[in-house]
Design a protein around this ligand. Structure first.
Ligand SMILES: O=C(O)c1cc(C(=O)O)c2c(n1)C(=O)C(=O)c1cc(C(=O)O)[nH]c1-2
Length: 246
């Protein structure tokens, strides 16, 4: 097999992982995007998903702290700026808190991360640790779930606007921004992984990292479904519908 064919088939292998395992197929997302969630279920999603958002720049900072190549650091650091903004009051985390406010949650409560489900915390923390501890190739490969994110963000924007009163330009701004941020990040990340996974062993490691990441995402939605949709077992200490409201 020549190198180009191998590169093409390796990319196809990564894309197939997304086709089969990405969380767009999770029943919670199907409920959310089709208008089937109650406002409390949307609030539970916003509270928990905030934890993921809040840890993304921390995992990118952990990644950067290990990179010796200034070019790679320069390119990667825009990810932190996307979430934290370049000045106060800007960036993805702030936009997520606008969504929180729009669904009737106190942004300070959401930002406190009190009430996050135990499984969400475990899954997200595992992602941060993975990126901190594993080889750089695995860490970059894990971010490639973003290959599949623009499609889910499109579905979400359309679904929220169609079905929920809280949805408007302000509350969905987070997802609108990701439509341009994620493709830029992932074009670089995919090229980097294709360039650096040269051996079969490295390709396996990258594919496994991507599978691990799909599991990080899936586990969060399983926990959400279990606690707030069915059988509605809210773990002790996790958010209750009357908590943290404006
Ligand atoms: O809404 C989603 O389904 C979704 C998924 C993902 C993903 O695939 O990891 C990310 C995001 N959103 C996102 O907004 C985001 O900033 C992000 C960063 C990363 C990453 O791994 O570096 N994934 C994701």
């Amino acid at each position: 097999m020549n190198i180009q064919t191998d590169r093409t088939s390796f990319e196809a292998r990564l894309r197939k992982i997304g086709d089969e395992l990405y969380h767009d197929k999770h029943p919670f997302h199907i409920l959310l995007h089709s208008g089937g969630c109650t406002i409390d279920q949307v609030r539970a999603w916003v509270v928990n998903r905030y934890y993921y958002q809040s840890r993304i720049p921390m995992k990118d900072a952990a990644f950067l702290s290990r990179v010796e190549d200034p070019n790679l650091r320069r390119i990667w650091r825009s990810r932190i700026e996307d979430h934290d903004g370049r000045e106060e009051g800007t960036g993805g985390i702030m936009r997520w808190l606008k969504l929180a406010e729009g669904v009737g949650l106190d942004p300070d409560y959401v930002a406190s991360a009190r009430g996050v489900l135990p499984a969400t915390r475990f899954a997200v923390d595992a992602y941060v640790r993975f990126v901190r501890d594993m080889p750089l190739l695995d860490a970059v490969a894990a971010s490639l779930t973003e290959l599949f994110a623009p499609a889910i963000h499109e579905q979400r924007i359309a679904g929220l606007l169609k079905h929920y009163d809280f949805a408007n330009d302000d509350t969905i701004a987070y997802f609108k921004h990701r439509l341009s941020e994620a493709p830029r990040d992932v074009a670089f990340g995919l090229g980097w992984v294709l360039d650096h996974a040269q051996t079969a062993k490295e390709q396996d490691a990258a594919a496994n990292a991507l599978i691990f990441k799909t599991q990080v995402l899936w586990a969060q939605l399983d926990a959400l479904y279990h606690a707030y949709v069915s059988p509605r077992h809210i773990p002790p200490g996790a958010w209750h519908p009357e908590e943290g409201l404006l």
